[in-house]
Write a protein of this length. Structure first.
Length: 412
């Protein structure tokens, strides 16, 4: 049985009350709350003396060791090599920096492939690269009926001219978990780079970069219970030859050459705390084994909660749910309510029930256009995390039913 009470004890933010009412966090896809292990790791580093790297004194040596330990922890979480892990500001900043460094690999007439399902952070950096280099951009289309990607014509879209394919592991709106094997396989066949956005995947799914066979994977620690730090995993053989914009005296070795300027060392310490939280939920002889079983425990628990939410939302005739009916999905639900602007809904839930529920396009603007949700201000989105409870789900049901009942007379 999932230890929900012990898990909730690890998240101090869950104790917050506004106007005497408990805050309920349903905004995990926008960023989870931070686990206390992460906070303690950050404070421990700060308290014991901060320093920059590569000095002869102890605080500098401690910081060097911290980054080495953090890379090892991330490598165990994501199934990659420690020297393939680079830290930075966030996923978007990493993507633009990598796109700029890939300019020499892209020429006029080449093709870059993106998808209509993705967050724009995994679209615009590569579109910008294409524009700067005279390459052609091609889209893998969204199936508006299933909220999955159309893969039937993958061989026609990814061709011998394709140099880069960018796809998301999981949609931060619909929760769709995309089968990445066909993308990566086809990219390999034509010699293209495969770049994955795992920002919304890492909090919910077990990741194995080596098994996936991708060239680059990007994610952010604040989506899996840690601080605001971006993580880039770059395949060693590519990383070694990747030219980056850097200061002349800065290191040329991997992974340091992608880490421009002084890093957020306390934030990187926090990443280790977040990973430790996942590890504590699992079992096994190695940290990798404990992390995999910990993620499995999270996945199983979240799926139980998600089934309750999905069943409820599908039962409401006023609600349009944008979610695949089957297949692997994360506990993320985007919907609209007939006759109501999405912000009206979320503001009411915040005021009346102290619920953190988000609204908008969530930077998946291409999909928002395809599905024509802008007239209602985009979607209402409820996203679950392993600290949510079945009692909170019941409160959400009560709240949304009350909103519909109280506002149905406004529907034209």
């Amino acid at each position: 049985m999932f230890p929900i009470e012990q898990v909730r004890e690890r998240f101090p933010a869950l104790r917050r009350k506004d106007d005497g009412k408990q805050v309920i966090y349903f905004d995990g896809p926008g960023g989870t709350q931070m686990v206390d292990f992460a906070m303690e790791s950050m404070y421990r580093y700060i308290r014991n003396g901060m320093a920059n790297l590569h000095g002869t004194f102890n605080t500098s040596a401690d910081t060097d060791a911290l980054l080495d330990e953090a890379r090892e922890a991330v490598a165990d979480l994501l199934g990659c090599q420690a020297n393939e892990v680079a830290f930075g500001a966030n996923m978007t900043t990493h993507a633009f920096a990598i796109a700029r460094s890939l300019a020499g690999f892209i020429n006029e007439g080449d093709e870059i492939v993106v998808t209509e399902l993705d967050h724009r952070a995994n679209v615009d950096p590569w579109i910008t690269l294409a524009r700067d280099r005279g390459a052609t951009v091609k889209y893998i289309k969204l199936n508006p009926e299933t909220f999955t990607l159309k893969l039937d014509d993958l061989e026609e879209i990814i061709t011998e001219k394709t140099k880069l394919v960018a796809a998301g592991m999981s949609s931060n709106v619909t929760g769709t978990v995309t089968d990445l094997e066909p993308f990566i396989k086809r990219a390999r066949e034509v010699g293209a780079l495969a770049i994955l956005d795992a920002v919304h995947g890492v909090p919910h799914l077990s990741i194995d970069v080596q098994e996936l066979g991708c060239d680059i994977l990007l994610c952010s620690a604040y989506k899996f219970f840690g601080p605001h730090v971006g993580i880039a995993v770059v395949r060693e053989s590519l990383f070694e030859k990747l030219p980056v914009y850097k200061l002349k005296p800065a290191p040329v070795e991997i992974p340091y050459k992608l880490e421009t300027g002084t890093q957020n060392h306390e934030g990187i310490a926090g990443i280790m705390g977040a990973i430790h939280f996942i590890e504590e939920l699992g079992y096994g002889e190695t940290r990798r084994e404990r992390l995999l079983s910990g993620m499995h425990a999270i996945d199983e628990y979240e799926n139980e909660l998600a089934a309750e939410v999905e069943s409820f939302l599908r039962s409401l005739p006023e609600v349009t749910l944008y979610r695949a009916a089957s297949g692997r999905r994360t506990p993320t639900f985007a919907f609209t309510i007939e006759g109501h602007h999405s912000r009206e809904v979320t503001a009411w839930l915040a005021e009346k029930y102290n619920m953190c529920v988000a609204d908008g396009d969530f930077y998946a603007s291409t999909m928002a256009e395809v599905l024509d949700v802008y007239p209602t201000g985009g979607w209402v989105r409820i996203g679950l995390a392993p600290y949510n409870t079945i009692e909170e789900i019941e409160q959400f049901k009560e709240a949304l039913a009350a909103f519909i009942e109280q506002h149905q007379q406004k529907v034209v």
